[in-house]
Design a protein around this ligand. Structure first.
Ligand SMILES: *Cc1c(COP(=O)(O)O)cnc(C)c1O
Length: 370
């Protein structure tokens, strides 16, 4: 909305006035309303096509009768269960309304106008928004082969740098960093600089030298690791994520956290989901097969894609992706264009059920041929 349309723009603090909001994947209901169609598929938001597991569903059913009461504002049981799962103290856990909420808490605690914050080109779009929403200055490191270039990132760190963000693996590229280089990068940062390792997709990764940065929280007091229930656990709509850190950092994050930021359904479901290994295993297995199905199709079509360890894959259409995306929408297929990530020829496809992937492949082939 421009100044002419929004007279309040001049009243907003300058960094908010200049902020471009996050663009979420279009909901199926919205597309179907617009086009008057039905039976569309959404492969646009890296959701788990299996949804919540049976344990989470049962836990939510049991909580329905209690929804007239406020949730546990401190998330006592959820923090206890997460701490036990990770072998850390409950004091190391900060719960969030999605891990997005935690990323915002980090920005609010450690950034302000004049402070700098570093992330990579093609990294998750929420980092620049979190940085700008508190008036800090973003420093963007050039990517290498679409992935994080740790040397380029280190070169941007100075006395003003307060937060460095790393998504491992990264969204929307699906690229990842191995344990050794990541650990030595974290160790090389000044103690005045917080480093966030965002592990939203960690459950999907099977590479032998892929790190679990939660193991380093006790080694590096300036490290914050974030996790979410939105992806492999299939609870995206509930909004629940968390950070693991030194308890002294968690203390600061909790000072700005809204007291009831994680609702009662979300707390109950997350407590049940964290130990539902079978649901995560089934989700990861489905993802592996779906990844083969999609990348096999791209190979047949002679299209390059970025090898991904997540639950999505980003394909190079070899020409502007926006019109291809529009044509897919008309065929009832919602995927994610990533022009806003500096990748105008790419589309990101979330791995769905076999039938959903097949729907996408057929529509994609049809669009490319027309
Ligand atoms: C999806 C995603 C998240 C998780 O967001 P929630 O707020 O927990 O739903 C975090 N980081 C990255 C890189 C993601 O892609």
């Amino acid at each position: 909305m421009s100044q002419a349309e929004n007279p309040f723009l001049s009243l907003a603090v300058p960094w908010i006035a200049g902020l471009t909001p996050y663009v979420p994947g279009k909901p199926v209901s919205e597309l179907e309303r617009e086009l008057g169609i039905s039976g569309s598929v959404k492969l646009a938001s890296n959701e788990n096509p299996l949804g919540p597991g049976p344990r989470a569903r049962e836990a939510m059913d049991a909580v329905l009768a209690e929804l007239g009461r406020y949730p546990d504002g401190g998330g006592f049981e959820l923090r206890r269960v997460l701490a036990e799962y990770h072998g850390l103290s409950p004091m190391a856990v900060t719960i969030g309304n999605g891990s997005n909420d935690v990323l915002d808490l980090i920005a609010r605690v450690f950034l302000q106008p004049g402070a700098e914050s570093v992330f990579s080109e093609h990294a998750f779009a929420v980092y620049p928004i979190a940085i700008q929403s508190v008036g800090a200055t973003a420093r963007v490191a050039k990517a290498r082969d679409y992935g994080h270039d740790l040397e380029a990132m280190a070169a941007l760190v100075n006395d003003q740098t307060r937060v460095v963000w790393i998504a491992n693996p990264n969204n929307p590229t699906g690229t990842w960093l191995a344990a050794e280089p990541l650990k030595s990068f974290i160790g090389s940062l000044p103690k005045t600089c917080i480093v966030v390792v965002d592990e939203a997709y960690t459950e999907y990764v099977a590479e032998p030298d892929f790190p679990d940065a939660t193991h380093w929280v006790e080694t590096f007091p300036n490290l914050i690791v974030t996790r979410t229930f939105s992806k492999a656990h299939g609870l995206a709509a509930l909004r629940v994520g968390y950070a693991l850190s030194d308890p002294r950092i968690a203390d600061l994050l909790n000072r700005v956290r809204q007291p009831f930021n994680v609702n009662a359904l979300a707390q109950a479901a997350a407590i049940a989901a964290i130990n539902d290994r079978e649901h995560v295993r089934a989700s990861v297995e489905l993802n592996r097969a779906g990844m083969k199905q999609l990348t096999g199709a791209f190979e047949r079509l002679g299209l390059a894609y970025i090898p991904s360890v997540g639950n999505f894959v980003t394909v190079d259409c070899g020409r502007p992706a926006a019109p291809i995306n529009e044509a897919l929408l008309k065929r009832g297929v919602i995927v994610r264009p990533v022009g806003n990530y500096g990748m105008p020829n790419h589309l990101r496809i979330s791995i769905g059920l076999e039938s959903e992937n097949a729907r996408f492949i057929a529509a994609f082939e049809d669009v490319l041929a027309s």
